[in-house]
Each structure stands twice: as structure tokens, then as C-alpha cells.
Design a protein. Structure first.
Length: 290
């Protein structure tokens, strides 16, 4: 076996056909078919069930794909580290950031990091906390910003910031001038919330369940501008981190009583040595911790 064969194997699995895999790899279709046929001959195993133009993995193929993913990840890490030995002139960092923070906290920090290391490629993925956690565990991300208390044993992290969660209301809302609101007051409102899979949503639902309350969620979206528009028009209230409201004049954030804080950390896989580029980004982020 060689790494090219394994990369072709994964490409066919993901594309569901030899032709689509070849197009994605920018090679001729016969080259892909021959590579897979040679691999099957070497192993004396059938890796794909071929039905018309569609193919799917056999159980033996699924096992080999799991090994192929690990081997190709290790190759990527080795190549990245060799490039970085030249003094961080080249390399790539892969970091996952929750939607709510991607637009309001990280842009200036990441631009400052890029200014310091102009040769590094920064790949940022925005997603819900649960999705980021999954991508960290399967190795598709090297770093992620996650809830400190939510880390599984396979990950470790360092505290980055603590941010307060606020009830957010429009200009005409009767609680706009309140100094604080209780959770029962909040849950008595019609709510605009992130979809399930976002820690922010799940945390609020857990608080409601603890109080024996059933939240009235009238709007669901993972788009912050849409949630803001719904609240701005007076159709519902929501909850955001305080940073999201820094430049908002038509929305007001009201603290909860008692206050609700989220502790966020920069996380990486335990026992998996970070490349020099990822260590540089992690340390730079922690230097900005608040």
C-alpha cells in the first residue's frame, strides 16, 4: 500500500463513484480505478461493492478507511512540521470557532497573528460547539474554542476568556430598562434561539428544565443577524454573549440575576503533539486572554 492509493480510497468513499472521485482529484478516471484494483489485489480483499455507477464500501473497506484517515492525518502533520522547521515561514493552522465569537472577538486577533506570521495559512471553521467538539475528536481540527467545563478526557485546554450571557431585547420591550431579570422572567417570553447542537441553546434549556419550565421558542436559527432582526422588530427576545452587543444601539442586553457566565478555552487533543504553527497560534491566543 502507498499513501496515494489510500487517498484515492477515501476520495471514492466520499464521492460515491470512481468518476466523481477522479474529477475531485483532477486525475483520469482509469488511474483511480487501477489504483483501487491494485490495492484490492495486494490485500486480496474486495474494498467496494460496485453497483452500476455507484459504489459503496465493503466492511473490509470501512476498516481500511479508518486506518487510511489516521495515516493521512499523520502525513499531513509531518509535512506541516517539516515546513515549520524553516522558521514558521510556511504551514497551516486549523482552528474551530463558535458562530457567536467568529464575528465579534476573533477577527482582530487572527489578523494580528497573520501580521506576525504572514507565511502561515489560517483555516477557520465556524460551527456550533457540538460540531466543533466532534471535529476535534476526529482530527479534522487542531485547535478549537470550546466551553471549558465541556471538555471530554480526550481533550485538554487553557482558559481564554469568561463572557457574560445577557437577555437581549428590542427598544420597545418593557424590560429594556430593567437592571436585571430572573430566569423565570426570561422563559416567560417568546424566545428566538440558536438551533439544538449549540451549547448556548442547550445550556439555556438545561436551566429551564432545572426550574421545571418549558421555554416558548418561536424562532430558531444559527444566523446571528437574523436573530438580531427578530428581536429588533419586537417579535421575541434572545440571549447573546455580551460581546455581540458592543456596537448595537437598537438592542439592549439585560443581565440575569444571578449572573450567567460562560468560561471558554482554547482546546487541543490530549497527547497529540501540536505542530509549531498550531503552538504559535495557541500561545498567541492565550497572550490575549482576558
Amino acid at each position: 500500500m502507498d499513501l496515494k492509493q489510500l487517498s484515492y480510497l477515501l476520495a471514492v468513499r466520499d464521492a460515491g463513484s470512481f468518476t466523481k472521485a477522479a474529477n475531485g482529484l483532477h486525475v483520469a478516471q482509469p488511474a483511480v480505478s487501477m489504483a483501487i484494483a491494485k490495492l484490492e489485489s495486494q490485500l486480496e480483499l474486495r474494498l467496494f461493492d460496485r453497483q452500476d455507477r455507484n459504489v459503496r464500501l465493503t466492511p473490509e473497506g470501512e476498516v481500511l478507511c479508518r486506518h487510511a484517515e489516521r495515516l493521512l492525518l499523520q502525513m499531513h502533520q509531518a509535512e506541516a512540521e517539516m515546513a515549520e522547521l524553516k522558521g514558521l515561514e510556511r504551514g497551516e493552522v486549523r482552528i474551530g470557532i463558535p458562530y457567536m465569537m467568529g464575528s465579534y472577538y476573533f477577527p482582530p486577533i487572527l489578523m494580528a497573528f497573520k501580521h506576525r506570521y504572514p507565511g502561515l495559512k489560517i483555516r477557520v471553521e465556524e460551527a456550533g460547539s457540538r460540531e466543533l467538539l466532534s471535529r476535534m475528536l476526529d482530527g479534522s481540527l487542531d485547535l478549537a474554542i470550546l466551553i471549558t467545563g465541556d471538555l471530554p478526557p480526550a481533550l485538554e485546554g487553557a482558559q481564554l476568556l469568561r463572557e457574560e450571557m445577557l437577555m437581549v431585547v428590542g427598544e420597545e420591550h418593557p424590560l429594556r430598562q430593567a437592571s436585571a431579570v430572573t430566569l423565570p422572567q426570561f422563559f416567560s417570553q417568546e424566545l428566538a434561539m440558536f438551533r439544538r447542537g449549540f451549547y448556548h441553546r442547550e445550556h439555556m434549556e438545561a436551566l429551564a428544565q432545572g426550574l421545571g419550565l418549558d421555554p416558548n421558542i418561536g424562532f430558531e436559527s444559527n444566523l446571528i443577524p437574523l436573530l438580531k432582526a427578530v428581536v429588533r422588530q419586537g417579535f421575541a427576545v434572545t440571549t447573546f454573549l455580551r460581546m455581540v452587543l458592543d456596537d448595537e444601539t437598537a438592542l439592549t442586553g439585560v443581565p440575569f440575576e444571578p449572573p450567567i457566565f460562560l468560561d471558554l478555552c482554547v482546546a487541543w487533543r490530549r497527547g497529540d503533539p501540536l505542530s509549531m504553527a498550531n503552538r504559535a497560534l495557541r500561545d498567541f491566543l492565550l497572550s490575549q486572554a482576558r
